[in-house]
Ligand binder design. Sequence first.
Ligand SMILES: NC(=O)c1ccc[n+]([C@@H]2O[C@H](COP(=O)([O-])OP(=O)(O)OC[C@H]3O[C@@H](n4cnc5c(N)ncnc54)[C@H](OP(=O)(O)O)[C@@H]3O)[C@@H](O)[C@H]2O)c1
Length: 224
Amino acid sequence: MRIGILGGTGPEGKGLAVRWAWAGEEVLIGSRDAGRAQQSAQEVLALCPGGKVRGALNSEVAQQGEIVVVAVPYQGHKETLTALRPALAGKILVDVVAPLAFSRGRAKALPVPEGSVAQQAQAVVPEARVVSAFHTISAHDLLTPPSPIECDVLVCADDAEAKKVVMALAEKIPGVRAVDANGLECSRYVEELVALLLNINRVYRGSRSMVRIVGLAGASSARP
Ligand SMILES: NC(=O)c1ccc[n+]([C@@H]2O[C@H](COP(=O)([O-])OP(=O)(O)OC[C@H]3O[C@@H](n4cnc5c(N)ncnc54)[C@H](OP(=O)(O)O)[C@@H]3O)[C@@H](O)[C@H]2O)c1
């Protein structure tokens, strides 16, 4: 599977790239600047020698990716997707973006007119199969392969088949369990949770808090 990552030069995009490259997937690191994309691809390859990784402009990544991840800051989300709409039509579009602002070191979840960033993505690219995922996994931990990351990844989508594909992609990361967190409408709760986790990390200095859902019955698609 060829996975393209828009904004793949940031820690979250690079971290996901490293983990999927370790799992043998082909990864395209996207950027607004071809040089930065290539530099980031080299950094990913340093963590995953022999991986199938290369850098390219976001436009090429959107075109060539079979699955495309958007990993840019909220402030650039709408503009990025609007420009790439034709290339993203019909594709699984994985949204990892949390709508955050910071004030005096504290994170705050911003209101999104569509309800959530994932719903914003669906509104901007109605032809894409939007899946919300990976918000609560720490980039720092992603960048330390192959150590397992013992956490859940909460996955929201209205397209059941696309959701299944992304849940399987999440579970390619050792230690991760994918949890079906219902439709895109539920993405707002996951996105807002990121602000809470960051504020918890401020209290417990040096932490990288993530989530584990307990009490799940019959979670056959997820790891025990
Ligand atoms: N960091 C984490 O632990 C973490 C965890 C879960 C989810 N997330 C989410 O993942 C996303 C990426 O996080 P990150 O920490 O990797 O972010 P980041 O480093 O701030 O941004 C990622 C990349 O986005 C591009 N970018 C920056 N501003 C942009 C704009 N206005 N328009 C288009 N592209 C822009 C930049 O790439 P180029 O300049 O090369 O184009 C940058 O390297 C965020 O939305 C965040 O909420 C982060």
